[in-house]
Every structure is written in structure tokens, then in C-alpha cells.
Design a protein around this ligand. Structure first.
Ligand SMILES: N[C@@H](CCC(=O)N[C@@H](CS)C(=O)NCC(=O)O)C(=O)O
Length: 205
């Protein structure tokens, strides 16, 4: 069995789990509940990944893989079906979308961290900047909604789908779907996929 440093809270881990389900590989992965996010170094995790981040995948031969795009691309080599990382030129679009979704998550996590700080220590200019960037991302994606809907599922669809789901989960007040009806319709279809339903993001604190 492969071993995955895992948490139900992490959208990056969720990306890997959705990929594993889509590819029929979930039963080859043992999940290890790994708690990160505090200020105490996670010594055990850092032995596998010096960055101390999840997801981190340990293969049966001890090879260690991170971060989530690398793990997803590796999993995509383990099956003979349609690839989530397609051949060029579709690959360029897929990995650019993957980068956009990952960037949205990076911004959302920075914003969330700021929201968890005491109100008097929060940086309003930073939070306004992050909100503006996320809104720009959603605006850009609205222009891609038809293309997302008409192309085969790729790692780009998954990266964007989970980023939008994470906004719903943590930033419901942003109401990203308002004025972005085509993207919201595409996302509703994504959210209904069995692989997505099987891997909810949960705050188990
Ligand atoms: N680029 C990484 C990001 C992973 C990441 O930031 N994971 C968070 C959990 S959601 C984490 O491990 N945070 C702990 C830390 O940064 O110390 C990926 O795509 O895997």
C-alpha cells in the first residue's frame, strides 16, 4: 500500500484523493491522519517531507512524493484509462488551470490565516487584496466556464473545482457564484461527481 499523509481539512489533500478515486486507485492508498498548521514542527512528517506539508505520499519502495501536482501526476501513470494529464497541447491548458486552482487555494489559506488572528492584528489591506485577487480569478473562470464544461475531465478541472468548493466551505460570505452563473452551473456538476462526494472537506477540529 502507498501511504498518504492526509487530513480531511486540507483542500490539497482532497485534490489527491479525488484524483485517486477518479482513477480507481483509492484502495491502494492508506491514509495517515496528519495534523499540521500549528507552530510546532511536525518531526515525523518532516522526515518524509522537510517542508512539513500535506499531502505527502510514501510509495511502497519508500520513495516520497510531494506536492499535490507531483502526486497527482504520478497517480496518473498507474492506470491505462483516459489521462487526467492529457497529451500536448491540451496538457498546457490543464496544467495552467491546475496552477490557477492551486493559486486560489494559496490565497484562500493566507486569507483564512489572517481571519483567525485577533481582529486588532489583522491586516485589512492584505485581506482586501486577497479578496480582490480571488474575485478576479472567479471573473476569469466565468469566461472559461463553457470550455470547462465541454472538455474531458482533466487535472485542471479538478484543481479549479476544489478551489471553488473551498471558497464555499470557508468563504460563503464571498458568494462567488453571484454574477457567475455559468461557472456555478459547471461547479454544481463537478460537486455532484461521486469522487468529490466521497472526499468532503471537513473541519474536524
Ligand atoms: N503546494 C502544496 C501546498 C500544500 C499545503 O500548503 N498544505 C497545507 C495543509 S492545507 C500544509 O501542509 N500546511 C502546513 C504548513 O505549511 O506548515 C501542495 O499543493 O501540496
Amino acid at each position: 500500500m502507498m501511504k498518504l499523509h492526509w487530513s480531511p481539512r486540507s483542500p490539497y489533500v482532497r485534490k489527491v484523493m479525488i484524483v485517486a478515486h477518479e482513477l480507481g486507485l483509492a484502495d491502494r492508498i492508506e491514509t495517515l491522519r496528519t495534523v499540521v498548521g500549528g507552530t510546532t514542527p511536525h518531526v515525523e512528517l518532516m522526515r518524509d517531507n522537510p517542508l512539513g506539508k500535506i499531502p505527502t505520499l510514501v510509495l511502497e519502495d519508500g520513495t516520497i512524493l510531494y506536492d499535490s501536482p507531483v502526486i497527482c501526476e504520478y497517480l496518473d501513470t498507474l492506470h491505462d484509462g483516459p489521462k487526467l494529464f492529457p497529451a500536448w497541447p491540451a496538457r498546457l491548458i490543464a496544467i495552467r488551470r491546475l496552477a490557477l486552482g492551486a493559486g486560489m487555494l494559496d490565497i484562500a489559506l493566507a486569507w483564512l490565516g489572517e481571519r483567525f488572528r485577533p481582529a486588532e492584528r489583522q491586516s485589512a489591506p492584505h485581506m482586501a487584496l486577497w479578496e480582490a485577487k480571488l474575485r478576479a480569478c472567479v471573473d476569469a473562470l466565468e469566461g472559461e466556464a463553457d470550455a470547462l464544461g465541454s472538455s474531458a475531465l482533466s487535472i485542471g478541472h479538478i484543481g479549479i473545482g476544489i478551489a471553488l468548493s473551498y471558497l464555499d466551505f470557508r468563504f460563503g460570505d464571498v458568494r462567488w457564484g453571484d454574477g457567475h452563473e455559468r461557472l456555478a452551473a459547471w461547479h454544481a456538476g463537478f460537486a455532484a461527481r461521486p469522487s468529490v462526494i466521497a472526499n468532503p472537506v471537513v473541519d474536524d477540529r
